[in-house]
Design a protein around this ligand. Structure first.
Ligand SMILES: [Zn+2]
Length: 195
């Protein structure tokens, strides 16, 4: 098990080009995926991670919407790994929700980001099976946030109102259980298929 440090903004590796994976039997690839999974499991509050956040410049992201005191029911989703992901559809309808990031002040800074409500993503899993996932809610948001990391983009570059930034304590107290945050978080998996 290797829990890796999460790089913080300012580190050039977060802005470096991320290479697509070509050799799925590469032991290095398996190690990167395992480290991503170990790191997302270890960081109690992380619900998504991108390979560049651990200094590995590959097109790989992972999501896992774990149960917490305030995240339950239809805001949960199992561990998923996306290799060479491509978001092939963004809904016209967008919503606004607060986001934080392990690479931004160690997830202690939250701000509002407007994103398409629903997406379709295609990617490969570690067994080289291509899959397609259509979803909305918190899962669609986390996938888009992590996908942005693969282009070197932090959520701080997309915040719509810098006057409403807040630290984690205020976010938990004031926002996390707000109607808007909860409504925008409800997940529906509309399609999951292997291609
Ligand atoms: Zn992030």
């Amino acid at each position: 098990m290797a829990v890796r440090n999460i790089l913080q903004i300012g580190d050039s590796r977060l802005k470096a080009k991320n290479h697509s994976v070509s050799d799925f039997n590469n032991s290095k690839l398996k190690k990167v995926v395992k480290d991503l999974v170990d790191t997302i499991h270890a960081g109690g509050i992380f619900i998504g991670i991108a390979a560049p956040q651990i200094g590995e410049n590959y097109q790989i992201i992972a999501t896992e919407l774990k149960e917490t005191k305030t995240r339950t029911g239809d805001q949960l989703d199992k561990l998923r790994v996306y290799i060479n992901p491509k978001i092939i559809f963004y809904s016209k309808t967008k919503n606004v929700a607060y986001e934080g990031c392990g690479s931004v002040a160690h997830a202690d800074l939250y701000g509002q980001v407007k994103r398409p409500k629903e997406i379709i993503i295609e990617a490969f899993n570690l067994d080289r099976h291509k899959f397609r996932l259509r979803c909305d809610g918190l899962l669609a948001r986390v996938i888009q946030h992590e996908y942005d990391h693969l282009s070197g983009i932090e959520f701080t570059e997309k915040v719509i109102d810098y006057k409403k930034l807040m630290n984690r304590d205020f976010y938990i107290k004031k926002i996390k259980n707000s109607k808007q945050q909860i409504q925008s978080s409800t997940i529906t998996i509309k399609e999951f298929s292997e291609l």
